[in-house]
Design a protein. Structure first.
Ligand code: NAD
Ligand code: DAU
Length: 356
């Protein structure tokens, strides 16, 4: 089996669903269920014996180690993190705790477990660390995209905490020989994306008749990748990546935020026309994010050259699927926004705490 951390979040739940759609290999899904973790994302796996969910914190090294010894996974795929830049500006502590200390604890548990494996299992074991392009900092309009050799220059508490975790992962390979892989990916979008992030926030605010907040001038550029392409890249790196290497993952799809918002408004105008006017009328320019990175862009040629991965979706196809998903899953959005899913999870899991 594989041991996945953070598999109830946006990318993690897409990864678990994709994995079990293509493989019989079971998944132990280890997640703390913070505000960002939502087991409703995994409702399609109810009753599926290949999916074992355990609620827990990656900072709890003893619990993680006991689970590793009990279930003997061949790999750890590490998604668990605090992931929202704006939250890291308002409260950086949780980011240091989970992203830095939590990754350290997880590495310690992995190192202890890995050290106990026989030679064959030891050679086959992998620790795949899911990271971000934000560790590279920000680009000017004419700069080449980030490659795997771009110097780290994180600018927010979130990206600094991810950079620290990347360095720890690297050090565990160089010092202890732990067979690690790191992926640095650009902005994902798609189903189950928590509506505090730009694309799902705009869709849900538009439909609710609320303002569509644009930070600063809206000309910040992000590279967008449909989430199932990121999941496929992770599977490919897990299969064939070289231990100790890092792989950049991106969509070759740079867009200014305001352009993304215009596209979303125009799509919603067609799919759910307003009684009068356009969703664009709801656009509101608001104060910029402090330290806001101006541009990210990813050079994903190493992953294509060495492992043959390329994104399957264009932005046009991916955003069409995404808007369609949100329009047909309004109840999921309502639950998340009302906090109802948190209440449900407390009720459902309070009495199951610690059960594997
Ligand atoms: P998310 O915030 O949607 O989900 C994070 C998950 O981790 C949640 O289920 C949460 O409950 C869990 N978690 C948080 N703290 C935990 C802890 N201490 N112990 C156990 N579980 C914990 O995040 P996401 O957007 O799915 O991102 C997943 C990973 O991918 C993160 O490491 C992030 O840095 C990275 N990443 C995200 C993007 C993106 O665009 N979203 C892009 C590149 C890389
Ligand atoms: O680049 C990868 C990163 O992408 C991941 O590592 C992060 O986990 C993920 O959250 C994402 O970070 P961003 O800060 O780029 O994503 P976010 O959706 O928060 O914002 C996208 C852009 O939109 C960014 O330039 C800020 C802007 N924005 C965001 C919000 C929430 C707005 O203009 N208005 C908003 O209300």
């Amino acid at each position: 089996m594989i041991f996945v951390t953070g598999g109830a979040g946006f990318i993690g739940s897409n990864f678990v669903l994709d994995w079990l759609a293509q493989s019989q290999e079971p998944v132990l899904n280890y997640d703390k269920l913070t505000y960002a973790g939502n087991l409703k994302n995994l409702a399609a796996l109810d009753g599926d014996a290949r999916h074992l969910f355990v609620r827990g914190d990656i900072c709890d090294k003893d619990k993680v180690l006991a689970l590793l010894r009990q279930h003997r996974p061949r790999a750890i795929v590490h998604f668990a993190a605090e992931s929202h830049v704006d939250r890291s500006i308002l409260g950086p502590g949780a980011f240091i705790e989970t992203n830095v200390n939590g990754t350290f604890s997880l590495l310690e548990a992995a190192r202890a477990y890995w050290g106990e494996l026989d030679a064959e299992a030891k050679a086959a074991f992998r620790f795949l660390h899911v990271s971000t392009d934000e560790v590279y900092g920000t680009l000017g309009p004419e700069d080449p995209p980030f490659s795997e050799t771009t110097a780290y220059a994180p600018n927010s508490p979130y990206s600094a905490s991810k950079a620290a975790s990347d360095h720890l992962v690297r050090a565990y390979h160089h010092t202890y020989g732990l067979p690690v892989l790191t992926t640095n990916c650009s902005n994902n979008y798609g189903p189950y994306h928590f509506p505090e992030k730009l694309i799902p926030l705009i869709i849900s605010n538009a439909l609710a008749g609320k303002p569509l907040p644009i930070y600063g001038d809206g000309q910040q550029v992000r590279d967008w990748l449909y989430v199932s392409d990121h999941c496929a890249a992770i599977r490919r790196v897990l299969d064939a990546g070289r231990p100790g290497e890092t792989y950049n993952v991106g969509g070759w799809n740079e867009m200014a935020n305001l352009d993304v918002v215009h596209i979303l408004c125009d799509m919603l105008d067609r799919a759910r026309p307003k009684a009068a006017g356009s969703y664009r009328d709801q656009i509101t320019f608001v104060q910029d994010r402090p330290g806001h990175d101006r541009r990210y862009a990813i050079d994903a040629r190493k992953l294509e050259r060495e492992l043959g991965w390329k994104p399957a979706e264009t932005f046009e196809s991916g955003i069409a699927k995404t808007v369609d998903w949100y329009l047909t899953h309004q109840a999921w959005v309502d639950d998340v926004r009302s906090g109802a899913y948190l209440t449900w999870m407390e009720q459902n899991y309070a009495h199951r705490e610690g059960n594997a």
